[in-house]
Design a protein. Structure first.
Length: 79
């Protein structure tokens, strides 16, 4: 929850993106992670700053390619 709440805080974003990279690299499978990646996916399209969009896009792609997604969850992430 901490990460999801503070994703909009520009001062914490680099640290939070680094934390998410580590979590995704370790392949933790948690329901909260799946929900948070929905927020990160939205930020790819809605963030004002290009570096934020780029970091979110990289994280989201890593998640989509590396995590098990059922058909419903995959469609939810792509919508």
């Amino acid at each position: 929850k901490f990460v999801q709440v503070h994703l909009d805080d520009g001062g914490l974003q680099p640290s939070l993106f680094g934390l998410l990279r580590v979590v995704l690299g370790r392949r933790f499978v948690l329901p909260e992670l799946y929900d948070m990646m929905l927020v990160v996916g939205d930020m790819v399209l809605q963030a004002d700053a290009e570096p934020v969009r780029s970091a979110c896009g990289s994280l989201f792609l890593t998640f989509l390619l590396g995590y098990p997604l059922g058909p419903r969850r995959l469609q939810q992430n792509l919508d």
